[in-house]
Ligand binder design. Sequence first.
Ligand code: DNO
Length: 359
Amino acid sequence: MQMTLRWYGTGYDTVTLKQIRQIPGVTGVISTLYGTQPGETWKMEDILALKKEIEDAGLSLAGIESVNIHDAIKIGTPDREQYIDNYITTLERLGQADVHMVCYNFMPVFDWTRSELARKRPDGSTVLAYNQAAIDAIVPEKMFESIAGEMNGTVMPGWEPERMAHVKELFEAYKDVDDEKLFANLKYFLERIMPVCDKYDINMAIHPDDPAWSVFGLPRIIINKKNILRMMQMVDNPHNGVTFCSGSYGTNLENDLPDMIRSLKGRIHFAHVRNLKFNSQQDFEEAAHLSSDGSFDMYELMLALYDIGFDGPIRPDHGRMIWDEVAMPGYGLYDRALGATYLNGLWEAIEKSHERGIK
Ligand code: DNO
């Protein structure tokens, strides 16, 4: 595996490439052209400039998170053809620039959903949190306004003000899209892009829906083992793979995370590893990465990844806001650096135990 950190780019991220380079064991970043809109074709010069900036800092561009999918593709309107063509052109250019992993999601309207971006934990850190009753009390169109004030002046991924200004229309456009339709539209999209992925060896890595159930009555399909295996089989190409995000699949306590990892052998192209602390089935908050701080056994997750021979990029995920850092919620430097170091430590121990024949 390659340990990486997500980086939003100069002008968007409070964390610098120089800082990332100094986290031991982190050799790459996962980035994107943050200023582009879903559906737009990425310019070759912008891709190359991003890559050069990262490489000049002594890191590699280990993949893209995300090339976002235009709503027309998810809804399945006739103009999706144009947007899929644009997507193919972007993939072609990424392939030519030697980028081989692309993370994306197929969530209608909202990307991830949380009810709080700065819940205080007993140690004084703040974290993103989800409370079902609080979500149920929010009018979806007001969701953006209700959390915008907690973004620390940053623009959070999936919550771009341009899209959020049209939330009402978006809900209307999705009214006839149910789970089956969404599956069919995903299949259509994947079948169209697989030839270019084959040509340039691009691993597509779908991100799970977060939380892993329907919110605001919108369909959500990338939520559990059954659905994800259905997706792998419906377009049975190794380039059709997943981002295994423990914090997203883990929102549903019925998901057996190590078992899911093992069942996806060969199809996990990217891993987001983080911990959650459940206060009840309906209320969870994002903990430190360490097993003892949350509800997941992080050793078991890393062991499962090791056992399936996972060799793609991995990254610590949302961190707590600690040590008075002011950054995009979940994406500060300090706690993610601690997370990367912890995950690297687990991996080293697993690797060495294996070499010494200790199980
Ligand atoms: C949130 C992220 C998501 C993720 C997208 C992938 O912090 O995990 O925004 O990047 O769903 O397309």
